[in-house]
Structure formats: C-alpha cells, structure tokens
Design a protein around this ligand. Structure first.
Ligand SMILES: Nc1nc2c(ncn2[C@@H]2O[C@H](COP(=O)(O)OP(=O)(O)OP(=O)(O)O)[C@@H](O)[C@H]2O)c(=O)[nH]1
Length: 355
C-alpha cells in the first residue's frame, strides 16, 4: 500500500461554491486532519480569511496555507513546491491535503506539479473535484456572475482574454475525477438530471457526477478517491494554456442554511455469505456499481478457504481488493457499505450483491 499523503484539488469558476464545499468538508472531517492550500491572487487571502476565521473545531490556523503569487503554472518552483514541502515536513503531517484553485485556474498545471521529484514520493493527487454552478451551466452562462469573471480576467495582462468561458469550462470538466453540480436548489429536478447526464457524457469514463446544495457532500464521497491523477495526465488534455488570477465578487444571493445536509446522500450496509472467487466478486461489484450509480462501496469479505479478510474499496467502477488481516476472533462475515445519492434501489442492490 502506498503511504503518500493524498491531496484533493478543488477547481471551478468564481462563485461556483468551492469555498462553501471546503468549509462543509472541514466542519464534517470527523477527526481527519485536513490541511488546506489556497491559490490566491489579487484580493489577497479572502478565502483564507474566511476559512481561517472558521472557528471549526480541530481546524488550526496554520492548517491553512496560501499561495499568494497567483498563477500556479508560473510559480510552481518558487511557491507551490516549497509550500508543499513545508507542510510535509511538519512533525504532525496532515492526513489529507486539499488545494483550492483560484476561479480561473486550470487544474492541469497544478496536477502536473505533483510529478516534481521534490514532492512526488510523498504526495499523490487523490482526485480532482470540479465544482460547477449548476444553475449557470444549465443556462449556458457557466458562471453566476459572468461580468465578475470577465473583470477577473481583465485584471491580468497574462490572461487569455479571448477564450470563451465554455472552453475553459470544458478544460475543467476534462480534468475532473468528480464533478459536483452545485446549487442544485436553484435547479428543477429535470434540469438537474439533464445536466448530470450531459456532464457524464462529456467527461471521461468513470467520472462521478453528483449534485449538491451548499457543497454538502459526505467527506467519504469527496476524499479517498485514490486516483493518482498526476500519473494520468494524458487523459486530461487541456485545450488552453492560460494564466489565472482571482477576484472575489461579493454577490450574496444565498441565505439558506441547511443544518441537516446529508439528506441528499444515503448509505446502508449489505451482509452476505462467504464469497468463493475474489476476482469474480470484484467484477460483480463493478457491475452493481455501474447499474445503480453507486458512489462508494467499501467493506470486507470472507473468502472460502482463506483465513484472511478481503478488504474491498470501490470508487465508482474501480474496485480495489487485498487481504488485510486474519479474521481472528471476529465473525467471518462479508459486509459492504454502499454510499450513493438518495434514491438508491436498496432491494435490487442487496439482491445483486448477494447473488
Ligand atoms: N443557492 C445556492 N447558493 C450557493 C450554493 N453553494 C454556494 N452558494 C453561494 O454562492 C456564492 C459563492 O460561493 P463560494 O463558495 O464563495 O464560491 P467559490 O467557488 O469559492 O468562489 P470564489 O472563491 O470567489 O472563486 C456564495 O454566496 C454562496 O453562499 C448552493 O448550493 N446554492
């Protein structure tokens, strides 16, 4: 198994809801030590300020670090790599690193930076999460406040001012391992479903597309994708190379507060008899996951004739399994936790997993 620290890259246009999603994740980290790196530009440290002042228990001030020189592809050596090294050299290294890119940044140069030898043996990209403004995308605007995004671009001479937002958006989708269609509360159910299926067909095979309100996704769904994106850049072409900067609009059009925001997701446990063939079972799981749009499936299995417990982890249709330890005194059981967006067909899934 690999002992690199996983890092999740969160990308998406200005105002899509990245900060909101990260805040929710930190509030629900369940004891996981998450360090945050923010790629700021222009309005220095606005998000850093918001998140540092978060008052979330277990969120220490120095767990938030800022890259203050803007464009990652230009400042990798001077800024990003040293910041990562500082974080990794701490005696209390984090369990997970989350990097929020600024509104116009493309994720590709950042992901590629993980191949630099200074850090490549110590961290890996767990996954790229692209947050989209569901309402704006479904209306073909791509960002809530297009004027603010244009102002953000205009501020920087290095920026490509010509590329339509639709193409920058396509770049973000091409790099994603998970696409979060945020602001689902502003979309009708049909529009949300149509957008999800369009994004599924526009993205690479196996990319998960989920809807959210106020970025409220279970931490288990966001983190732990185990992709290793830096090793797989060929699949994630960017169409453009540009520079990014950041500017914060202060639209404040949302005052909803969802105290109980996990309703959108559900999870349940399925138990079954011993299995006989781990490889065949992994295939069976992959099929059930595809057929039922399951986001995560994890647990362990008893394999006939084996004293060791088989651990199973699936993110989308990719299933990993390995024997982790003897059952010992524990009952020889096969138990799987299924996680997905609400509306899973529990009976059918139970049946398919028990077959
Ligand atoms: N209605 C609605 N508003 C949302 C949702 N998620 C975020 N917002 C609002 O959208 C605005 C932008 O959210 P942020 O989280 O700051 O977006 P961001 O992507 O971090 O934006 P920048 O940091 O400025 O690039 C805020 O006013 C949020 O309260 C949502 O699901 N529904």
């Amino acid at each position: 198994m690999n002992s690199k620290i996983p890092a999740t890259v969160v990308t998406g246009f200005l105002g899509a809801g990245k900060t909101t999603l990260i805040r929710h994740m930190l509030e629900n980290a369940g004891g996981k030590r998450i360090a945050l790196i923010i790629n700021e530009f222009g309005d220095l440290g606005v998000d850093g300020g918001i998140l540092k002042g978060c008052g979330i228990e277990g969120c220490a001030e120095d767990d938030v670090m800022e890259l203050s020189n803007g464009c990652i592809c230009c400042t990798v050596a001077d800024d990003f790599i040293p910041t990562m090294q500082k974080l990794l050299d701490r005696p209390n290294a984090p369990d997970h690193i989350v990097i929020e890119t600024s509104g116009l940044a493309l994720p590709q140069p950042l992901v590629r930076a993980f191949n630099w030898p200074e850090i490549s043996t110590r961290v890996t990209v767990d996954g790229v999460v692209t947050v989209v403004d569901g309402k704006a995308v479904s209306e073909g605007r791509f960002a809530h406040d297009v004027a603010a995004v244009d102002a953000q671009r205009a501020q920087d001479d290095n920026l490509d001012h010509e590329t339509p937002l639709s193409e920058l958006f396509a770049d973000q989708v091409a790099c994603a391992d998970m696409i979060v269609v945020n602001k689902a509360d502003l979309l009708g159910e049909d529009d949300a479903a149509a957008l999800v299926s369009k994004l599924k067909s526009d993205s690479r095979d196996g990319v998960q597309v989920v809807t959210s309100v106020m970025g409220a996704l279970p931490v288990d769904v966001l983190l732990g994708q185990g992709i290793g994106a830096e090793g797989d850049m060929d699949a994630r072409h960017e169409v453009h190379h540009h520079h990014d900067d950041d500017h914060h609009d202060d639209h404040d059009d949302d005052h909803h507060h969802h105290d109980h925001d996990h309703d959108a997701f559900e999870s349940f446990v399925v138990s079954r008899d011993e299995i006989t063939d781990p490889a065949a079972f992994a295939e069976q799981l992959a099929k059930v996951i595809r057929d039922h749009d399951i986001l995560r499936l994890k647990g362990f299995a008893a394999v006939t004739g084996k004293p060791m417990r088989l651990t199973l982890q699936a993110v989308g249709p990719r299933v990993d399994s390995y024997f982790d330890r003897p059952f010992g005194a524990d009952p020889r059981e096969t138990r799987l936790v299924v996680i997905g967006q609400s509306g899973l067909n529990r009976d059918a899934i139970e049946q398919a997993l028990s077959a």
